[in-house]
Design a protein around this ligand. Structure first.
Ligand code: AMP
Ligand code: ZN
Length: 455
């Protein structure tokens, strides 16, 4: 069996992954709060954990993995959106949930096995809160229930902080009913149009964190293998999930491997509405950027590194995938090197290097099988057209020369590799080597006749 290694945020080390039960590998990933279209950053954890899901299924078997990703459909941002728009909460959340599923499907993400919605798990949350109170880990005050962080000595261990540091370093909401300013809400009162449920503490609704603890317990049990999300969730959300779950179920481990993806930026800057560089996945798809291109650009950066979305990368990916779409159709298997690179803490940039190697060696069956395994479906490339990220009629000849040069490089025939590069340069085609492979540009001296003569 292939050995998988994953970087565990909890231990800050890359560790060999050993599932609790190899016949049912279990993973939970925090999903979106549904009140608006997913922005491009929201798609990053979806793609990262989709790749991990595919790897786990490849290694342990299609039916031996349970992947859960939730929808947060009760939240103050949703309530605010309903008030602004005059629409029903249920309408907003169901519409947004469907948008999310459609947009993520366009990026080639498979649906998780379970997609629990918070509002469907209120009784389980109430039960867990009761257990926390009974165990001395939570207290009711003024219609609220709060988790007492001082009752859990390991609070802060995931992100490596102490309660004192956290008070100093974060904007904690001070409230008269809190014993410690770091105590966080498990349940709060609802009034008027706010969504609410009857509970032992009055009519109200859950705080954000308890839903993941309750749903993970219900669907995956008190100990499971992998918990994932963006690294912005590490504190406070994941610290709070751990505190709730480990105190309510002291015999379980909750999650053993914690994985966090780094954030996405746009053209080198944080994506934000005020910088005017904020856009949704749907915006890109509507502009004609294929989902396969978006996915490939994501894969070109390792998940633990900040990922910079640039139009240039999207253009490069489009050119490359168009070239790979026309390689001869042959049956093939995903080679060991590709699985090995993924098994090494999801080293997707290394996988891309391997794909170039397969192309250069003419192993087209293996190349196609690997693309499919990565969730990149090139069957619709014919519909992409030229459009955004214009490609030239010289695409395939230049692509052929690049593959020929890659082959020469693999064979350490650097003289021939240089000759190919120089021949293209003389024809006015400039090669540039980068993380997505070799890109090219036509210079003002471009001469199609000279290019043709290289055939
Ligand atoms: P939210 O709906 O804000 O709770 O976010 C849903 C998911 O998107 C979480 O896993 C976040 O960590 C992730 N996320 C939000 N913004 C970004 C970003 N800029 N880059 C990568 N992931 C993000
Ligand atoms: Zn969560």
């Amino acid at each position: 069996m292939v050995e998988i290694k994953l970087h565990n945020t909890r231990t800050r080390k890359k560790e060999v992954f050993t599932p609790i039960d190899a016949s049912n590998v279990r993973m939970y990933v925090c999903g979106p709060t549904v009140y608006d279209r997913a922005h491009l950053g929201n798609a990053r954890p979806v793609v990262v954990f989709d790749v991990l899901n595919r790897l786990l299924r490849h290694v342990y078997g299609e039916d031996h993995v349970t992947y859960v990703r939730n929808f947060t459909d009760v939240d103050d941002k949703i309530i605010a959106r309903a008030e602004e728009s005059g629409r029903e909460i249920g309408q907003i959340t169901s519409e947004t949930t469907q948008w999310f599923l459609d947009d993520m499907a366009a990026l080639g993400a498979r649906e998780p096995d379970h997609m629990p919605r918070a509002t469907q798990y209120i009784p389980q949350m109430v039960l867990m809160i009761e257990e926390l109170i009974a165990g001395g880990h939570a207290y009711a005050a003024e219609g609220h229930v709060l988790f007492a962080v001082e009752s859990y000595s390991k609070y802060g261990a995931l992100s490596g902080r102490t309660v004192k540091d956290m008070i100093a370093g974060s904007r904690v909401e001070v409230a008269p009913y809190k014993r410690n300013p770091m105590d966080f809400v498990l349940w709060k009162p609802s009034t008027g149009d706010q969504p609410g449920w009857d509970s032992p503490w009055g009519y109200g609704r859950p705080g954000w964190h308890i839903e993941c603890s309750a749903m993970a317990y219900e669907l995956l049990g008190e100990s499971f293998d992998i918990h994932g999300g963006g690294n912005d969730l590490m504190f406070p959300h994941h610290e709070n999930e751990i505190a709730q779950s480990c105190c309510a179920h002291p015999h379980g481990d909750f999650a053993r491997y914690w994985m966090h993806n780094e954030m996405l930026q746009v053209e080198g800057r944080k994506m934000s509405k005020s910088l005017g560089n904020f856009f949704t996945v749907r915006d890109l798809l509507d502009q004609g950027v294929p989902g396969e291109v978006i996915r490939f650009v994501f894969l070109s950066t390792h998940y633990r590194k900040p990922m910079d979305w640039t139009e240039k990368k999207a253009e490069q990916a489009r050119k490359l995938l168009k070239r790979w779409a026309i390689v001869p159709k042959e049956a093939g298997k995903v080679p060991r090197e590709v699985v090995g690179a993924l098994a090494n803490d999801l080293n997707t940039p290394q996988v891309i290097t391997e794909l170039h190697r397969l192309e250069a060696l003419g192993e087209f069956g293996a190349l196609s099988a690997s693309l499919k395994f990565l969730g990149i479906d090139l069957s619709r490339v014919g519909e992409w057209g030229l459009g955004w990220g214009l490609s030239s009629p010289w695409d395939s000849l230049i692509g052929f020369k690049i593959a020929e040069r890659n082959r020469a490089r693999i064979e350490k025939n650097f003289k021939q590799a240089d000759e190919i590069r120089n021949g293209l340069a003389v024809a006015g085609v400039l090669l540039m080597d980068g993380p997505m492979g070799t890109d090219w540009e036509l210079t003002p001296e471009f001469d199609p006749k000279k290019l043709e003569s290289l055939k």
